[in-house]
Design a protein around this ligand. Structure first.
Ligand code: SAH
Length: 358
C-alpha cells in the first residue's frame, strides 16, 4: 500500500472534535464525505496489501466482460464513431485497461474520461491508462457525443444521510461526542418528520432510514446524459435490490470490518446501494432500465466460464488461480449475490446482454 499521508496534515478526528465542541453534532453525511475524501486522497487502498480488494483487482475477466458488454451495446446502437468511455472512481485503472483492451477487439476504441477525486489514485490511473482525461465531476464531460459509463464500487463510497425515529419523532442521525470524546451517533435536534414517507411515520423508536443523495444525483445526471446524448451505463456495487430500513454504514481497514466512528479518514466508509430507488430515478429521465442483476448471474450470462477455460488453457500453471478468482466473483456466498449490476441505456440504444429481462 502506498500511504502518502502527510504527517503535517491535521488529524481529521481532531478537526471534527473541535467542530463538534464549538457548534454541536455534525451530520453523518458530512462525517462520511470528509472521511472518505481524506481517505482516498492520501493513499491507494486497493489490493492484497491495502484495505480491500475489488472485482477488477481479483481477475482481468471482470473488466474484459464489461468491455464486451459495452462493445455489444455500441454495435447494436449503430457504432457511433465519437462514442466516449467514462469511468467513475476508476481506482487503479485496472477495469478500464481490461475493458478497453477487450472492446478494441470489436473495433470500439473510445476516448477515455475518468471522474476521480483522489490525487493519489489519479497518479496510479495515469500509469494504467495514459491517454485518459480527468474530471472532478460529471459536469465537464462532453455534451454532444454518446457516452459509455462504468462505475464499480463508486456509489457505495458516496456519503449517506440517515434519519432515525426517536420517541419524539424523526430526526437526522448526527455524529457527536461522548464524555470520553469518542464519536457516537446521536439524534439531531430538529424535527425531520416531513422528510419521511407516510408509511414510516409511526415506525418503532430506533428505526433508521438511509438515503444516498450523492448516488441519486449521480444516477440522475448519468441518465440525463444517456437520454440526451445516447449511450449506456453499468453500475456495479454491493446493495439491496429492494429498499430496507436500517443503517448499512460500515468501515473496512486491512480487509477487516472496523468501527466507522473510531478514526475518521483512515478506513474506507461505505454503505449498501439502494438499486431500487436508483432505477426509479433513472426511469424518471426516460432512460431504459435494462435490469438489475446479481453479479454472479450477470457474469455467467456473459460467458465468464468459457473465458476462464480459455485463460486456463493458455496458462495451465494458473488454472487453479483462475478458477478460484472466478468463484470469488460469481459464487453466491462470495461476491455473486450481494453485488448487483444495474444496466441503463438510451431509449435509442437496443440490447443489453446478461439481464434476465432481455
Ligand atoms: N472502481 C475501482 C475503485 C473503487 S474504490 C475498483 O473497482 O477497483 C472507489 C473509487 O471512487 C476510488 O477511485 C475513489 O477515489 C473514488 N471516489 C470516491 N468518492 C469519490 C467522489 N466523491 N468523487 C470522485 N471519485 C470518488
Amino acid at each position: 500500500m502506498q500511504d502518502a499521508s502527510d504527517p503535517e496534515r491535521a488529524d481529521l478526528g481532531e478537526i471534527f472534535r473541535r467542530l463538534i465542541r464549538n457548534t454541536g453534532p455534525i451530520s453523518l453525511t458530512q462525517y462520511m464525505g470528509e472521511s472518505n475524501a481524506r481517505y482516498y486522497d492520501s493513499r491507494d487502498p486497493l489490493g492484497q496489501g491495502g484495505d480491500f480488494v475489488t472485482a477488477p483487482e481479483i481477475s482481468q475477466m471482470f473488466g474484459e466482460l464489461i468491455g464486451l458488454w459495452l462493445a455489444d451495446m455500441w454495435i447494436k446502437g449503430g457504432r457511433d464513431e465519437y462514442v466516449q468511455y467514462v469511468e467513475l472512481g476508476p481506482g487503479r485503472g485496472t477495469l478500464a485497461k481490461d475493458a478497453l483492451r477487450a472492446a478494441a477487439k470489436y473495433g470500439l476504441r473510445p476516448q477515455v474520461h475518468f471522474v476521480e477525486a483522489s490525487g493519489a489514485l489519479r497518479e496510479v490511473q495515469g500509469k494504467a491508462v495514459p491517454e485518459a482525461r480527468w474530471h472532478h465531476d460529471l459536469s465537464t464531460l462532453p455534451m454532444d457525443v454518446p457516452l459509455l459509463f462504468v462505475a464499480n464500487e463508486f456509489l457505495d463510497a458516496l456519503p449517506v444521510r440517515q434519519l432515525v425515529r426517536t420517541g419524539e419523532g424523526w430526526r437526522e442521525r448526527m455524529v457527536g461526542l461522548d464524555e470520553s470524546e469518542r464519536f457516537v451517533p446521536v439524534a439531531g435536534a430538529r424535527p425531520m418528520d416531513a422528510a419521511v414517507p407516510a408509511e414510516w411515520q409511526d415506525a418503532t423508536a430506533g428505526t433508521i432510514l438511509e438515503t444516498c443523495p450523492g448516488a441519486a444525483a449521480t444516477v440522475y445526471e448519468v441518465a440525463g446524459r444517456l437520454a440526451d446524448q445516447g449511450g449506456a451505463a453499468l453500475f456495479v456495487d454491493y446493495g439491496h435490490a429492494r429498499l430496507q430500513p436500517g443503517s448499512t454504514l460500515q468501515a473496512v481497514r486491512a480487509h477487516q470490518k472496523v468501527d466507522p466512528f473510531a478514526a475518521p479518514g483512515t478506513a474506507d466508509l461505505t454503505a449498501l446501494v439502494d438499486f431500487e430507488t436508483l432505477a426509479r430515478i433513472a426511469q424518471s429521465r426516460e432512460v431504459r432500465h435494462i435490469g438489475t442483476a446479481e453479479q454472479g448471474a450477470w457474469l455467467r450470462a456473459l460467458g465468464i466460464e468459457a473465458r476462464a477455460r480459455t485463460l486456463a488453457d493458455k496458462a495451465p500453471h494458473y488454472a487453479a488461480e483462475i478458477h478460484e478468482a472466478m468463484k470469488r466473483l460469481v459464487a453466491p456466498d462470495q461476491m455473486g449475490s450481494l453485488f448487483k449490476v444495474m444496466g441503463l441505456a438510451s431509449p435509442r440504444w437496443p440490447g443489453g446482454a446478461g439481464f434476465s429481462s432481455d
